[in-house]
Design a protein around this ligand. Structure first.
Ligand SMILES: Nc1nc2c(c(=O)[nH]1)N[C@H]1C(S)=C(S)[C@@H](COP(=O)(O)O)O[C@H]1N2
Ligand SMILES: [Mo]
Length: 322
C-alpha cells in the first residue's frame, strides 16, 4: 500500500531533527525506577527498556474463550504475526517490532465524543473495568493478499456504544489513532494524513463481530498488534482494523478514512472482503497464509457472511467492496 517514496533530500527540515535528545530525556523521566532497579540487581542499564515495565492489565488475562468464534485453519504462531506487521506510523516495510520498545502504552487516554448522551474521556484501565474481556479466534485478510488467524482478547464494540449511548442522529463511528511523531517516525512524513483514521456505520459497529482488541495470545497485546486498543473487523480488509485508538467520535456524516484520503479509488470506506471483486491492481481470489506460505481461496466476507451479509442486502452490486 506504499505510495511513491520521497527521496532523502526531499525530506522537510522537521523530519531531520535528531531523536537522541528527546529519547534520552524520556528514558530518564519514564524509566527511572526500572533503571535504578536494574542497577541494584547488577544488570546492565541498557537491558532495561520502557516496555519492560509491568502492564497494569496483566491480571485480566487469559480471558474466557468464547466458543462462538472458532476457526477453519490453524492459528498463526505469534512469532510470525508479531514480526510481520502493517503499522505505517512505525514502518512501511512490516518490521514494526523493533520500534515498540520506545512506544509507551501507559498512560493511555480514550475519548468518546460527538453525537452521544455520555461524552467522556477515560483511562484505558478504567475502560477495562467497565467491560467483560473474552477471547475470540478470528481470521484476518489484508487487502494486499495475505491472511492470518489470531486469538484476540477484547470486548465487543457494542459494549462501548452502551457506555457512550449514541443519540438518534448518530449514523457513523469515526475512530482515530494516536499521534506522536517523536516516537512514530513516519508521522513526520507529511505525505500521509496522520493520524490514522477509520470509520464504520453505526449498524456495523453494533454487529456482534465488531471487536475491540486489548490482548492477543492470552496476554496484553504487543504494541505491534495495536495495543492498548485496536479494532478487529474480520469481514473487512485488514486496513479497517485500526490500531492505537485514542478517540471514538459519533457523527451523522460518513468519515473519510486514512487510506480513502490517500488513495480512495483503491481503498474505500466499505472494504468488505470479496474474492470476485479484484483490487484495481491485483486479484483477490486467493490469499497467502503468512505463516506457511500456503495459498487458499478467499471467502466472501472472509467467511463471516452468516453474521454480516444482512448489513448489505440489496447493495451487493454497489460500491461496498472497496
Ligand atoms: N493505526 C494503524 N492501524 C492499522 C494499520 C496502520 O498502518 N496504522 N494497518 C492496517 C493494516 S493494512 C492491517 S493488514 C492490519 C495489520 O494488523 P497486524 O499487524 O496485527 O497483522 O492493521 C491495520 N491497522
Ligand atoms: Mo492490510
Amino acid at each position: 500500500m506504499l505510495v511513491q517514496r520521497r527521496r532523502g533530500w526531499e525530506l522537510p527540515e522537521a523530519a531531520a531533527t535528531p531523536e537522541t535528545t528527546y529519547l534520552n530525556r524520556r528514558h530518564l523521566l519514564g524509566a527511572g525506577a526500572g533503571l535504578a532497579a536494574a542497577a541494584a540487581l547488577g544488570e546492565p542499564a541498557a537491558a532495561q527498556r520502557l516496555t519492560d515495565l509491568p502492564d497494569p492489565s496483566a491480571a485480566l488475562y487469559p480471558a474466557r474463550a468464547n466458543p462462538r468464534y472458532t476457526l477453519d485453519r490453524p492459528l498463526t504462531p505469534e512469532a510470525k504475526s508479531s514480526t510481520v506487521n502493517n503499522y505505517y506510523e512505525f514502518s512501511y516495510a512490516k518490521n514494526v517490532a523493533p520500534a515498540m520498545s520506545r512506544f509507551q502504552r501507559r498512560p493511555w487516554r480514550v475519548a468518546i465524543d460527538g453525537l452521544v448522551e455520555k461524552p467522556q474521556e477515560l483511562d484505558i484501565d478504567d475502560l477495562l473495568k467497565k467491560v467483560q474481556l473474552e477471547e475470540r479466534l478470528y481470521r484476518h485478510r489484508c487487502v494486499e493478499g495475505w491472511s492470518m488467524a489470531i486469538p484476540w482478547t477484547g470486548f465487543p464494540l457494542s459494549a462501548l456504544l452502551e457506555l457512550a449511548r449514541p443519540t438518534a442522529a448518530a449514523k457513523f463511528v469515526k475512530m482515530e489513532a494516536f499521534r506522536d511523531p517523536k516516537v512514530a517516525a513516519n508521522q513526520r512524513d507529511f505525505r500521509y494524513p496522520w493520524p490514522y483514521v477509520e470509520g464504520v456505520t453505526l449498524k456495523e459497529a453494533q454487529n456482534e463481530l465488531a471487536f475491540l482488541v486489548t490482548g492477543a495470545y492470552g496476554k496484553p497485546a504487543l504494541g505491534q498488534f495495536g495495543a492498548p486498543l485496536r479494532l478487529a473487523l474480520p469481514w473487512k480488509y485488514g486496513f479497517k482494523s485500526i490500531k492505537g485508538i485514542v478517540r471514538f467520535t459519533f457523527t451523522d456524516t460518513q468519515p473519510v478514512s486514512f487510506w480513502e484520503e490517500v488513495q480512495g479509488a483503491e481503498y474505500g470506506f466499505w472494504a468488505n472482503v470479496n474474492p470476485k471483486v479484484p483490487h484495481p491492481r491485483w486479484s483477490q481470489a486467493s490469499e497467502e497464509d503468512i505463516a506457511t506460505g500456503a495459498r487458499r481461496p478467499t471467502l466472501l466476507y472472509n467467511g463471516y457472511g452468516e453474521y454480516v451479509a444482512g448489513l448489505y442486502t440489496g447493495r451487493e452490486d454497489q460500491q461496498i467492496w472497496y
